[in-house]
Design a protein around this ligand. Structure first.
Ligand SMILES: Cc1cc2nc3c(=O)[nH]c(=O)nc-3n(C[C@H](O)[C@H](O)[C@H](O)COP(=O)(O)OP(=O)(O)OC[C@H]3O[C@@H](n4cnc5c(N)ncnc54)[C@H](O)[C@@H]3O)c2cc1C
Length: 445
């Protein structure tokens, strides 16, 4: 009997990990189509003279070995994981749980409790309450914005520290999120492991996923863009499938038609809506939610550093009180292979409050040279990346997740438009992938 055809649109982390889960069942004929000439989307890197420059993610797994990402990527198959340790995927701990630099001075903590001495007695008293608060036990008015809520219970220094963290990690300030989301994000971060760096950078994980896909007979077709999704009956050659999918190879005008019985879409909700023909009905409420959800942008600098830098930590380092930049990481203190021998790679991140990207870049640069006293002597700017439109930091602002089901049987969305409540970045993507795959499998029975 021929296998059910599963088509995955987009070879980002969400698409590849969903494809790997489906392929491991051996019940599906899986093909991933990716419009770019490389796999991994915003979770991989390009080599620049030995520096592993990210396409997005700054080589950090936020919750290390205790989060949904590690459960999915490294977990045993019997527990719903992909067990990619078999293909050499490894997570290396960062030097600290969290760090900050204030007035040019670096502080590093090995646990959440190590952070407390940096702040006031009020923070020490209220932190356990924040960490143990049940989701359904309101503590003050949690519908107000996160910053106003935090200011009620914590010192300005503590609020500045976690707000810099929010800027760095999710490219939003806490006054742009409801307090209930802020509480969940902080609980998930504080209760978890320290951040880890994938061995070989993000690409190490992508390579592991691709090896696993190959092992299970799945294909990844690069430079192939999915342009349209029609009912299978639309073309003679796809009439036995549920969907008829238009795929255009880079450099070719015409799309060819391929059949699919189920689709995992990793290219973002607006792209899915654009591709769906009028034969499919998507509810107006879902369409409106998608149209009104703005992707979140950001800016990141990469610096080459010499080996004489005084800060020798790969911990996520917050830069509180700056106008633009939230913080930086130097992942080469966990995995030296991310830079040439004797050198280090530093990656910064800043949110974008204003659409005038050029002036935002200048403001970020000013912030960095002011806040990091040794940068001018020991660093050289390699590049600056802006993330926006179809290549954003986050397709949906944290806390405003879109549905994985837009109302079309046999299609489910994955990726950073669809994250579990309170889970950030790749942790959020990984938290959702098993549900999306389960629903696809249930729909085929
Ligand atoms: C600057 C920055 C720093 C970050 N740092 C971190 C970090 O350190 N840690 C962390 O956990 N997260 C981080 N993130 C977030 C993380 O990188 C992203 O959330 C994640 O990589 C997104 O994965 P995704 O599954 O949504 O897929 P994406 O990476 O968005 O990939 C989707 C793929 O689909 C393809 N595609 C789209 N439409 C089509 C189509 N029609 N046909 C074929 N292919 C299509 C695209 O080309 C793309 O390759 C960062 C993001 C940015 C931008």
């Amino acid at each position: 009997m021929s296998k059910s055809k599963a088509l995955v649109i987009g070879a980002g982390l969400g698409g590849l990990s969903s494809a790997a889960k489906l392929a491991q069942t051996e019940d599906y004929d899986v093909t991933v189509y990716e419009r770019m000439s490389f796999a991994g989307g915003r979770f991989t890197q390009h080599d620049h003279d030995g520096y592993q420059i990210p396409t997005g993610a700054v080589h950090m797994i936020p919750h290390g070995k205790k989060g949904p990402f590690a459960d999915l990527i490294l977990g045993k198959k019997s527990k719903g994981g992909l067990d990619l340790g078999r293909h050499g995927v490894e997570l290396l701990p960062t030097s600290h749980f969290a760090c900050q630099m204030i007035d040019g001075k670096f502080q590093g903590a090995n646990s959440i409790y190590g952070v407390l001495p940096w702040f006031t007695a009020k923070d020490t008293l209220n932190m356990p309450r924040l960490l143990t608060k049940g989701a359904k036990q309101p503590w003050g008015d949690e519908s107000e914005d996160g910053k106003t809520w935090l200011n009620r219970h914590f010192s300005p220094q503590f609020v500045d520290f976690v707000d810099a963290f929010s800027n760095f990690a999710i490219s939003l300030r806490f006054d742009q999120m409801p307090a209930s989301s802020v509480v969940r994000v902080l609980q998930n971060s504080f209760w978890s492991d320290r951040p880890h760096v994938p061995k070989g950078g993000c690409k190490g994980v992508i390579d592991g996923l691709r090896k696993d896909l190959r092992e299970n007979g799945a294909r990844v077709k690069l430079s192939h863009e999915v342009t349209e999704i029609l009912p299978g009956s639309a073309e003679e050659e796809t009439k036995d499938n549920r969907f008829c999918v238009g795929v255009r190879r880079r450099g070719r005008e015409e799309a060819t038609w391929v059949g699919a019985d189920s689709i995992i879409h990793n290219g973002g909700h607006p792209n899915l809506i654009k591709a769906l023909s009028d034969d499919f009905e998507v509810g107006n409420d879902v369409k409106t939610q998608i149209e009104t959800t703005q992707a979140v942008g950001g800016i990141g600098f990469c610096f080459a550093l010499d080996d004489d830098i005084p800060v020798r930590s790969s911990g996520v380092t917050m830069l509180p009180n700056l106008d633009r930049v939230g913080g930086f990481v130097i992942p080469t203190f966990s995995d030296p292979s991310l830079a040439p021998e004797g050198k280090h790679l530093m990656i910064t991140h800043q949110y974008v409050p204003d659409a005038s990207v050029k002036s935002e870049i200048s403001k970020g640069r000013e912030d960095l040279y002011e806040a990091i006293p040794w940068l001018a002597d020991h660093g050289e700017e390699i590049c600056v990346h802006t993330y926006h439109r179809n290549w954003p930091c986050n397709r949906a602002p944290q806390g405003a997740e879109l549905p994985m089901d837009v109302g079309v049987d046999g299609i489910r969305c994955v990726g950073d438009g669809v994250k579990g409540h309170g889970w950030m970045m790749v942790e959020g993507i990984s938290a959702n992938v098993p549900y999306a795959v389960d629903e696809i499998m249930a729909g085929m029975n």
